[in-house]
Design a binder for this molecule. Structure first.
Ligand code: GAR
Length: 216
């Protein structure tokens, strides 16, 4: 069984989607860099071990990274999922887990990396937006893309309406990718991914299937 560790920083709705998806995986631990967040309670309620490694308790970014890396390594994970994890990890950390870590990002990468993705999308005037799951590499939000889901940007959208529409797709996309890793249709390598067509062409992930109402 694939051993999955999850990194979070907040409410944990993507974590919840993973835990509810009945994946062929064992969740070996959830680590948050913030104490008291909703995702920790969600994990604990499902019997998944939780740990807080508070970045504020460390004198440097590297010291936090090292403590987090040691805590993760102790879980012996096959796959590390960043599900709303809001810290940038340094190259030593990323190299230690190369080919084993994925991230969900709320935009259609390479568009709108970083923060405030929905605001960035609205200001840019794009008509399609969405989310991406990608391999984590040393370049921020720039590792090879594994899968994406698309939503329309509708007239009158504000950031929260758009974020909510994207989030629904995040909750489908991330479990689908983790399932793909568990079942072998997604292979993660240091710096690259190999994706079987069975994952890539799943009709639900195509633009037309997700755009509602249909574009005219
Ligand atoms: C999600 O929208 C996720 O894509 C985003 O944070 C949110 C976490 O929500 N992640 C990033 O912005 C990473 N750069 P959740 O805690 O409810 O899963």
């Amino acid at each position: 069984m694939l051993r999955v560790a999850v990194l979070i920083s907040g409410r944990g709705s993507n974590l919840e989607a993973l835990l509810k998806a009945a994946l062929p995986a064992t969740f070996v631990g959830v680590i948050s860099n913030r104490p008291g967040v909703g995702g920790l309670a969600l994990a604990a309620a499902q019997g998944v071990p939780t740990r807080v490694i508070d970045h504020k308790a460390f004198a440097s970014r590297e010291a936090f990274d090292d403590a987090l890396a040691d805590a993760l390594a102790a879980l012996n994970p096959d796959l590390i999922v960043q599900a709303g994890f809001m810290r940038i990890l340094g190259s030593r950390f990323v190299q230690r887990f190369a080919g084993r870590m994925i991230n969900i990002h709320p935009s259609l990468l390479p568009a709108f990396p970083g923060l405030d993705t929905h605001g960035q999308a609205l200001r840019a005037g794009v008509k399609l937006h969405g989310c991406s799951v990608h391999l984590v590499t040393e370049a921020l939000d720039a590792g090879p893309i594994i899968a994406q889901a698309v939503v329309p940007v509708l007239a009158g959208d504000d950031e929260s309406a758009l974020a909510a529409r994207v989030l629904i797709q995040e909750h489908r996309l991330l479990p689908a990718v983790v399932r793909g890793v568990a079942e072998g249709s997604v292979k993660l390598l240091p710096g690259s991914v190999v994706i079987s067509p069975t994952l890539a062409v799943e009709p639900a992930w195509t633009t037309s299937a997700l755009v509602s109402p249909p574009l005219r």
